[in-house]
Design a protein around this ligand. Structure first.
Ligand SMILES: Nc1ncnc2c1ncn2[C@@H]1O[C@H](COP(=O)(O)OP(=O)(O)OP(=O)(O)O)[C@@H](O)[C@H]1O
Length: 229
C-alpha cells in the first residue's frame, strides 16, 4: 500500500480565468486566480453572491474548464482529457436520486466506477454508519429531513474515498444545529480520508471553523483576508 504524502499538492491553478459568454454580454466570473490545494488544506471560500465562488469550485473539481490560465491535478491521478480523478462533491440543494433508497444513493458512484455491487453496498453501509445514519439505509430521499439528506451526501463522499472534497454551500439550507453537524462530518471525512477540503459558504460561523480562508471579490481570490460575507 502506498502511504499518501500529507503535504501532497492536489490541485494547482495558475492565473486562471473563466468568462461566460462573449462580446459585450461576457461575464468575467473568475480571473487571475493562482492557488494550490494540498491534502492537509481545509479551506473556506467566502464572498458575496456572484463573486465567483461556485465557478471557482467547478474549476477546481474539473467540472468546468478555464477560459485562460492553467489547472492541473498532480495529486489526483490524471484521467483522460486532463480531468482529475475522484473528487467528492457536496452541493447546496438536494442531490440524491429520488428513485434510489439511501444506501443505493451512496453506492451509486462506486457502481458507476465499476466497483462490484456487493462491495459498493458494503462501503455504502460503512459510510452511512460513520455519519450515524445506518438506520435510514432503506428510506427514499423524500423521507429524509434536509439535514439527514446532507449527511447522506457526506456519506456518499466518504464511500468514494476521494483525495479532495469540494462542498458548495453545503449548509445553506440547514438550521444552525444541523449546519454544525454537517460541517463536523465534512471535517471528519477529510481527516479520515486524508483528503483536502474546500467549502464555499456565506456563513462566517462556518468559515471560522476552517483554518484557511480565501475571500472572493468580483472574481478575484484574496487569500487570507478576514472572513465576512
Ligand atoms: N452559466 C453561466 N452563464 C453566465 N453567467 C454565469 C454563469 N454561471 C455564473 N455566472 C455569473 O458568474 C458570476 C459568478 O457566479 P458564481 O455562481 O460563481 O458566484 P457565487 O459567488 O458562487 O454566487 P452565490 O454565492 O450567489 O452562489 C456571476 O456574475 C454569475 O451571474
Amino acid at each position: 500500500m502506498t502511504v499518501p504524502d500529507p503535504g501532497e499538492r492536489l490541485v494547482r491553478l495558475g492565473d486562471v480565468a473563466r468568462t461566460y459568454g462573449r462580446g459585450p454580454d461576457a461575464v468575467v466570473a473568475v480571473h487571475g486566480v493562482t492557488c494550490t490545494l494540498g491534502r492537509t488544506d481545509r479551506v473556506a471560500i467566502t464572498g458575496p453572491s456572484g463573486s465567483g465562488k461556485s465557478t471557482l469550485l467547478h474549476l477546481i473539481s474539473g467540472l468546468d474548464d478555464p477560459t485562460a490560465g492553467r489547472i492541473d491535478w498532480p495529486g489526483l491521478g490524471g484521467r483522460p482529457f486532463g480531468r482529475p480523478g475522484v473528487v467528492g462533491m457536496v452541493f447546496q440543494g438536494p442531490s440524491l436520486i429520488a428513485q434510489l433508497d439511501v444506501v443505493g444513493n451512496v453506492a451509486l458512484p462506486l457502481v458507476l466506477a465499476d466497483v462490484a455491487e456487493g462491495e459498493a453496498l458494503n462501503r455504502a453501509r460503512r459510510a452511512l454508519d460513520a455519519v450515524g445514519l445506518a438506520d435510514l439505509s432503506p428510506r427514499l430521499p423524500e423521507e429524509l429531513s434536509g439535514g439527514q439528506a446532507q449527511r447522506v451526501a457526506v456519506a456518499r463522499v466518504l464511500a468514494a474515498e476521494p483525495a479532495l472534497i469540494v462542498a458548495d454551500e453545503p449548509t445553506a439550507q440547514l438550521g444552525s444545529a444541523h449546519a454544525v453537524q454537517v460541517l463536523d462530518l465534512l471535517l471528519k471525512a477529510a481527516g479520515d480520508l486524508n483528503a483536502g477540503l474546500v467549502v464555499a459558504t456565506h456563513d462566517p460561523r462556518m468559515a471560522e471553523r476552517l483554518p484557511r480562508r480565501w475571500r472572493m471579490a468580483d472574481g478575484s481570490l484574496m487569500e487570507g483576508e478576514p472572513c465576512s460575507s
